[in-house]
Design a protein around this ligand. Structure first.
Ligand code: GDP
Ligand code: MG
Length: 169
C-alpha cells in the first residue's frame, strides 16, 4: 500500500504534533506515485508494506473575502485533489469559526474522499463524558468515515488512528 493522507485543521489544533508522532524517525522517499506541486509533503513513513505520505493543505484556515484569502482557499482546495484520505484534526474542548470554515470546505470539496475525524487533546478534558455530545454534534454536521479521540502530545490512540489511515491507502 502507498498513498496520500492529508492532515487538515485550523491552526493550533495539533497537526504538527500529530505528524511528528506518526512519522517518528523513519523517513524515506521512495514513492513512485505521481506527486503534484499542489501537495506540500510533510513526511513519508514506510512501515512493513505500507507507505504513508502526509501532505499539507495550505491556507485552509483562511476565510473568504480578501483576494489573497480566496487564492489561498483555492490552493487548499486543490491540495485535496488526489489524496486517498483526509484526517481532519479538531480540538476536544475548543471549537472556533475557523473549524466551521474547514467544515464548509470539506462539505464542498471532499465528496469522494473518506474523512477521518481526529478529536485531539483529549488529555485536556476534565470529563471524558463531554466527548459524547461533542461527537454527536459533529456527526450531525458531516458523515465521517471514522472518529478517533486522540492526544497527539501524549500518544493516546495514535496507533489505532494510523492503522485506520493505512486501510485507505
Ligand atoms: P498545529 O498548528 O495544528 O500544527 O498545532 P501544533 O502541533 O503546533 O500544536 C499547537 C499546540 O497544541 C502546541 O502547544 C502543542 O504542544 C499543543 N498540543 C498538540 N497536541 C496536543 C495534545 O494532544 N494535548 C495537549 N494538551 N496539547 C497538545
Ligand atoms: Mg503546524
Amino acid at each position: 500500500h502507498c498513498g496520500y493522507a492529508a492532515i487538515i485543521g485550523r491552526p493550533n489544533v495539533g497537526k504538527s504534533t500529530l505528524l511528528n508522532h506518526l512519522i517518528g524517525q523513519k523517513l524515506s522517499i521512495t514513492s513512485r506515485k505521481p506527486q503534484t506541486t499542489r501537495h506540500r509533503l510533510l513526511g513519508i513513513k514506510t512501515q512493513d508494506n505500507t507507505q504513508f505520505i502526509y501532505v499539507d493543505t495550505p491556507g485552509l484556515h483562511q476565510r473568504q473575502g480578501h483576494a489573497m484569502n480566496r487564492y489561498l482557499n483555492r490552493a487548499a482546495i486543490s491540495s485535496l485533489v488526489g489524496v486517498d484520505v483526509v484526517v481532519w484534526v479538531v480540538e476536544a474542548s475548543k471549537w472556533t469559526q475557523e473549524d466551521d470554515h474547514v467544515l464548509s470546505i470539506l462539505r464542498d470539496h471532499s465528496s469522494n474522499i473518506p474523512v477521518i475525524l481526529a478529536i485531539n487533546k483529549v488529555d485536556q478534558l476534565a470529563d471524558r463524558e463531554l466527548l459524547l455530545p461533542f461527537i454527536a454534534q459533529l456527526q450531525d454536521k458531516y458523515s465521517f468515515s471514522d472518529i478517533f479521540p486522540i492526544s497527539a502530545l501524549r500518544g493516546i490512540n495514535l496507533s489505532e488512528l494510523e492503522q485506520k489511515i493505512a486501510t485507505y491507502l
